[in-house]
Design a protein around this ligand. Structure first.
Ligand SMILES: Nc1ncnc2c1ncn2[C@@H]1O[C@H](COP(=O)(O)OP(=O)(O)O)[C@@H](O)[C@H]1O
Ligand SMILES: [Mg+2]
Length: 575
């Protein structure tokens, strides 16, 4: 019930549409009762009194009634459904807004396709049912009540016989509703699974082709699609069972009425037209009843989908913004890790790390892969919060700094060269929203990207396609570097930022980065040790622990892990 109340809240802003739809549907519902009521006088006038005037205007009246009914029906459908769609739009915006602010951890736990499916499919289903219920409540409840009025007016004894069956419909309706909700929810989960397969296959299309995975992907997809069908089949089964079940139950009522009413007519206690008016009204009573039950089933389905939507809307953020927190100034450049330990789940990835980067210093992190280097730097920008200890920028704990200020203070370049489906210029502009064209060109020049950009068909206005597919790895990386240069932030994080470049362009970009690093506090993680030689401090991380730290020269003298890594790489370079 609370889920349903929340669903209704989304409709609230569109109350006037709903009111209009409700009025139209009430008129529509009321007409049925009037119609059933009219059967008796009409039959009497036409067939008993043979009234020619009534007979001749009857066709026109019928046309007019259906015209009015049609208009009401249109208004009801149009305003109800647009209100539902507007509500869907709001839910979708809200779920996207909530979703995009959630922590990286959430995205590691949930698959992209399944999240997409919730935002696209579940939101539609969740609101579909609500529109039906609201118009159903107005049209069918009103229709039901007025038709009941007619049958009680005609013959209260027969009326009681005919409504005795109504309570009998409640229990099966509830059972079917429960099954529908359960299968709707499972079906939606499965829809999420196959959206996932779709998303992975399409975004990894190159690997799919390279490893000839087409057929196995097709298998996987069609299997998931079939599982989805199986839930839909159950859903269809239970909702198709709903009407016949109700009809069979109500037929007991009709039989009883025919029996009792028929004998009344034979005994001359009731006229034939009265009897037909009663039968018409009674048959019509069951129709809004059936519609209400099917609206109830739709509502169950939408509750099933809503639960999945609300799971995202209600997901708790773990990394919480310090709303009125400290705002960094350009002087807050010293970064200190104080006894920092960190775990994603159960196992500690970083253990008691102590590390200081003085203002303007470059600190290089080296060590075997999986040692925790990327994790360490991601803590500075609060992609995750430390499990123990703290990280200070200036003298402020990162958790006490507003997120906006923190993000403005840090420029990050890593191996994931994410570009958006947009022009080259706009992709660089993500570094600084109000950058002039001139600034963009300067940043591109500094990242040694200007020349290849100018070689593209429309220069800076060239659209680079999804994920930058038209560019080489090195070119993509240089655009990401240009973006970071444009951002001009006091703290710079370079996580394998030059890994996709060949030696020659790496040297060029390294020069650009060296220029960029002046007066900035920088964390560099580099695969090639040659790029870290000039760092003010080199920190060697192994299994989440700082095992050595110092300058290149000092570390070589120590003859530890660093010197072993250096000689291994030196051998590799010579070969
Ligand atoms: N999102 C995550 N969830 C759980 N474990 C992770 C996650 N990301 C990385 N790890 C683990 O943390 C460890 C350190 O990874 P990482 O910081 O990427 O190392 P490096 O950058 O030094 O190669 C690895 O053992 C890796 O498996
Ligand atoms: Mg890494």
């Amino acid at each position: 019930m609370t889920v349903f109340k929340r669903l209704l809240m989304y409709m609230k802003p569109y109350w006037w549409r709903i009111l209009l739809a409700a009025l139209a549907s009430s008129a529509y519902g009321g007409l049925d009762a009037a119609f059933a009521y009219m059967v008796e006088p009409l039959l009497k006038k036409i067939f008993v009194s043979k009234d020619v005037f009534i007979f001749s205007i009857l066709p026109v009246v019928i046309l007019l009634i259906f015209l009015f009914r049609g208009i009401c029906r249109y208004l009801n459908d149009y305003y109800m459904r647009t209100a539902a769609q507007l509500a869907i739009q709001d839910v979708r915006n809200e779920i996207f807004r909530k979703n995009i602010f959630l922590d990286l951890n959430f995205f590691h736990r949930n698959q992209t396709g399944s999240l997409m499916s919730r935002i696209v499919n579940d939101v539609s289903i969740m609101q579909e049912g609500v529109g039906g219920i609201i118009s159903g409540v107005f049209r069918d409840v009103l229709g039901l009540v007025s038709l009941l009025g007619v049958i009680f007016y005609r013959d209260w004894q027969l009326a009681i016989i005919s409504i005795l069956v109504i309570p009998l419909t409640i229990y099966p309706a509830q059972i079917l509703g429960k099954k529908i909700k359960l299968n709707a929810r499972k079906g939606q989960e499965e829809a999420g699974d196959f959206t996932n397969i779709l998303q992975e296959a399409l975004s990894g299309i190159k690997i799919v082709k390279a490893f000839s995975l087409e057929n196995s992907m097709i298998d996987k997809f069609s299997r998931a699609n079939h599982t989805y069908y199986n839930f839909l089949r159950k859903l269809i089964k239970y909702s198709s069972l709903s009407s016949p079940t109700m009809e069979i139950i109500t037929s007991f009522g009709i039989s009883a009425v025919v029996l009792v009413g028929g004998s009344k007519v034979m005994a001359n206690k009731m006229t034939a037209p009265e009897f037909f008016s009663f039968i018409t009204a009674m048959a019509l009573v069951y129709s809004p009843l059936k519609k209400l039950i099917s609206a109830y089933n739709d509502a169950q389905r939408s509750i099933g989908a809503s639960e999945r939507v609300f799971e995202i809307i209600d997901a708790k953020q773990e990394v919480i913004d310090a709303q009125d927190g400290y705002k960094l100034t350009r002087d807050d450049n010293r970064v200190e890790f104080k006894n920092v330990s960190f775990k994603y789940q159960d196992d500690y990835i970083l253990n008691n790390v102590c590390l200081v980067a003085e203002k303007g210093q470059a600190v290089a992190l080296v060590g075997p892969s999986g040692g925790g280097k990327s994790t360490l730097v991601s803590l500075i920008a609060r992609f995750f919060d430390v499990s123990e200890g703290k990280i200070l920028i200036g003298s402020h704990d990162v958790r006490d700094i507003t997120k906006t200020s923190l993000m403005n203070h840090i420029a990050l370049v890593d191996q994931e060269t994410i570009l958006f489906h947009d022009t080259v210029a706009n992709n660089i502009r993500y570094g600084k929203a109000d950058a002039t064209d001139d600034e963009i060109i300067k940043a591109a020049q500094a990242a040694y990207a200007h020349d290849f950009i100018m070689d593209m068909p429309n220069g800076y206005e060239t659209s680079i396609g999804e994920r930058g597919l038209r560019l080489s790895g090195g070119q993509r990386q240089r655009l990401c570097i240009a973006r970071a240069i444009l951002k001009n932030a006091p703290i710079l994080i370079l996580d394998e930022a030059t890994s996709a470049l060949d030696t020659e362009s790496e040297q060029m970009v390294q020069k650009a980065l060296d220029n960029l690093m002046v007066n900035r506090t920088t964390f560099v993680i580099a695969h090639r040790l040659s790029t870290v030689l000039n760092a003010d401090k080199i920190v060697v991380l192994e299994n989440g622990t700082v095992v050595e730290s110092g300058t290149h020269k000092k570390l070589l003298e120590q003859n530890g892990l660093y010197s072993r890594l250096c000689s291994a790489q030196f051998k590799e370079d010579v070969q």
